[in-house]
Design a protein around this ligand. Structure first.
Ligand code: NAP
Length: 273
């Protein structure tokens, strides 16, 4: 894809990987970047950085779990800023806990943001891209969308679903000249993982590295962009020796005993609740 002079909408642009992608797209010559997340103040800071590079940035404070709000905003966006050529679905949330102690509201929150939020905005934008007969959609999944992670069952389920959603859309929207791509980063050093117990041996990526690999992948017209050598190794091994990799992941997963006392008490409380 040629980025020059195009318009992109990036969800989850207030921080972490989404922010790094928005900045990287600006560096690569995108003409206009629409920034979506809930936190207006953080979005404005990102917009200021983009504007300083001479690129137009528009702040769209939106909660993706509110379809009516999303719909109304996008109608105005299309009217005011014209067609969106690139949609980056990056917003997401993650909880980590043993499944036996999972709280139902946390499960619902992960499903609603990671899946329903993505479907809502993709449906609205893909329809308009189809009318214009052009567009590219990038769905941010994860290495956990290929190799599921104990202690993060719902998160893994959403990321597997995103890979399936992406594959189905790719076939379906090809007739409308719309490309659909999955981005699969492994552990990346962002706010999302600050309070998680990390899996052993995983070396975190920087959000900037993820953004750089995405832009390279877009240029090379890749359909599934796996980020980092650890992810390539894990995906490749899982294809050939799935049960070995599952055993290795179970071994590398955080042990319940590694949780701080406060978290353990919270889990007991959740069980009682
Ligand atoms: N970090 C990792 O290790 C890692 C690895 C693989 C894949 N990923 C994926 O990469 C994506 C970005 O993750 P990250 O690490 O950058 O996380 P992050 O730093 O926590 O950022 C998450 C972003 O999602 C936005 N968001 C959350 N709920 C939202 C809602 N209801 N409506 C609109 N925006 C919402 C947040 O903005 P507001 O809070 O301002 O709304 C924020 O911009 C996620 O899809 C994640 O699953 C992350």
């Amino acid at each position: 894809m040629n980025i020059q002079g195009k318009t992109a909408l990036v969800t989850g642009a207030s921080r972490g990987i989404g922010r790094a992608i928005a900045l990287q797209l600006a560096k690569q010559g995108m003409q206009c970047i629409l920034l979506v997340a809930r936190d207006q103040q953080q979005l404005t800071q990102v917009a200021d950085e983009i504007t300083a590079m001479g690129v137009k940035a528009v702040v769209l404070p939106l909660d993706l779990t509110q379809p009516i709000e999303v719909n109304m905003t996008l109608v105005k966006v299309w009217r005011d800023y014209g067609p969106i050529h690139l949609l980056i679905n990056c917003a997401g949330v993650a909880y980590q806990t043993s499944f036996l102690h999972t709280r139902l509201p946390d499960i619902q929150h992960e499903l609603t943001v990671n899946l329903m939020g993505m479907y809502t905005i993709t449906r609205l934008i893909a329809r308009r891209m189809a009318i214009h007969k052009q567009g590219t959609i990038v769905n941010v999944s994860s290495l956990m969308g290929k190799v599921a992670a104990p202690t993060m069952a719902t998160y893994s389920a959403t990321k597997f679903a995103i890979v399936g959603f992406t594959q189905a859309l790719r076939s379906e929207l090809a007739a409308h000249n719309i490309r659909v791509i999955a981005l699969l980063p492994s552990l990346t050093d962002t706010d999302m993982v600050k309070n998680l117990d990390w899996f052993r041996w995983i070396i975190p990526l920087s959000p900037e590295k993820v953004a750089q690999v995405l832009v390279d992948g877009l240029r090379q017209n890749q359909t599934e962009i796996v980020v980092g050598w650890q992810s390539h190794l894990a995906v490749w091994c899982h294809r050939i020796f799935p049960s070995w990799v599952e055993r290795a992941v179970a071994w590398a997963a955080p042990r319940p005993s590694q949780k701080p006392m406060q978290t353990r008490l919270k889990n007991i409380w959740a069980m009682l609740w």
